[in-house]
Design a binder for this molecule. Structure first.
Ligand code: NDP
Length: 335
């Protein structure tokens, strides 16, 4: 069982030198445990926060332990009556080829149905990132048909699901992404009404002008994934009583925190700004997964994936995710 451990903490930007690969035997199963062979490992931005020992929205990860992470795979051995070899499951198996799971622990494993939704999408659009988009849109932004929604990191796992969910509610949806290919994907394949390339608009003035052009009726809801000058520009273009779901601030994860230039605009626009963490809202998962499964199953949401091959590629692929090298949900395929 090859595993990737967190070996030392980053000073400034994370590097491949922060990780270490080791190979061990999987332990014999105790009663109530199952052995899962991972087919896919999910790489997610929150993992960067876990690498630090300072406060983050994800708890710090101890050194010398397997990197935490979502996994999709197959039960190969079971000493729990609910699971049989061959069952397809999603769990938090971490950056390794196999995991031994206490199957009775709440939320440890979830059986998934791959009839209409391929296994890998259960880590993306029909998994944690999809539910994240659903929660921010439905429970925080509370959109009305005809309103304008903006989302940053729009071509990614969370952003693309947000677009489909907002379109299904009759909104105008504008996505912000890095580069012309990602922007074309938003409008041509995901059905966004407009796309803005943040690389072509690298400062507040230019981003604010681009938002003005793409959002002629102003902005009613913003799903924040990035922070920095994009958030500043959205505040300038927000309508009275606009809502912001603060989901992530990835522009600041791998370096210095990002200052907000003009927080008084929250008052001027009488805005609601609310952060959230999807794992604290397990009560919405069944409803959200049902809607997301239908959107994917009916082809209304066609999520893209960036798939790295083999467990050893995980560190490099993860660092790429922090720099926008991924295009869609970043996965590692293990078999
Ligand atoms: P993505 O698939 O969207 O990948 C991350 C993307 O972020 C990159 O592809 C890149 O896209 C963009 N990005 C990276 N750096 C910058 C930058 N400096 N400026 C602008 N864009 C940047 O990841 P996810 O969909 O998995 O996650 C999206 C966000 O959701 C993250 O902020 C994450 O932390 C957050 N999240 C929060 C959760 C919660 O419970 N609060 C749960 C899950 C995710 P591009 O090339 O377009 O710039």
């Amino acid at each position: 069982n090859t595993q990737i451990l967190l070996d030392n903490r980053p000073v400034g930007e994370a590097t491949v030198g922060n990780f270490k690969a080791v190979t061990t035997d999987t332990p014999a199963l105790q009663d109530g445990q199952v052995l899962v062979r991972h087919h896919f490992l999910s790489l997610d931005p929150y993992m960067r926060g876990r690498m630090n020992d300072s406060k983050s929205y994800a708890a710090s990860q101890p050194l010398g332990e397997v990197m935490i992470g979502g996994t999709a795979g197959e039960v190969v051995e079971s000493r729990h009556p609910k699971y049989q070899p061959g069952d397809l499951v999603v769990g938090m198996g971490g950056w390794q080829q196999y995991s031994v799971v206490n199957a009775a622990d709440p939320g440890a494993l979830r059986k998934v149905d791959t009839t209409h939704v391929p296994l890998s999408h259960h880590l993306g659009a029909v998994g944690m990132p999809g539910v994240t988009a659903w929660y921010g849109l439905v429970k925080i932004i509370e959109p009305k048909a005809g309103e304008t929604m903006v989302v940053s990191a729009a071509s990614g796992a969370v952003g693309s699901a947000f677009g489909a969910l907002a379109k299904a509610r009759g909104c105008r949806v504008v996505g912000i992404a890095g580069g012309p290919d990602k922007c074309r994907y938003l409008t041509d394949e995901l059905g966004f009404d407009a796309a803005i390339d943040h690389r072509a608009h690298p400062d507040l003035k230019s981003m604010s002008q681009a938002l003005k052009a793409a959002c002629p009726n102003g902005i009613d809801g913003y799903f924040e994934n990035v922070g920095g000058h994009i958030l500043d520009a959205v505040l300038l273009r927000a309508n009275a009583f606009a809502r912001i779901a603060v989901c992530g601030m990835i522009a600041g994860y791998d370096g210095a925190p990002l200052p907000l230039q003009n927080p008084a605009l929250i008052l001027v626009n009488r805005m609601k700004v609310q952060g959230f963490i999807v794992s604290e809202h397990m009560e919405v998962w069944p409803e959200a997964l049902k809607e997301l499964g239908t959107l994917v199953g009916t082809g209304k949401l066609r999520p893209r994936e960036s798939v790295a091959q083999g467990i050893e590629s995980a560190p490099e692929a993860f660092l790429g995710l922090l720099k926008g090298k991924n295009f869609g949900k970043q996965l590692v395929k293990l078999i």
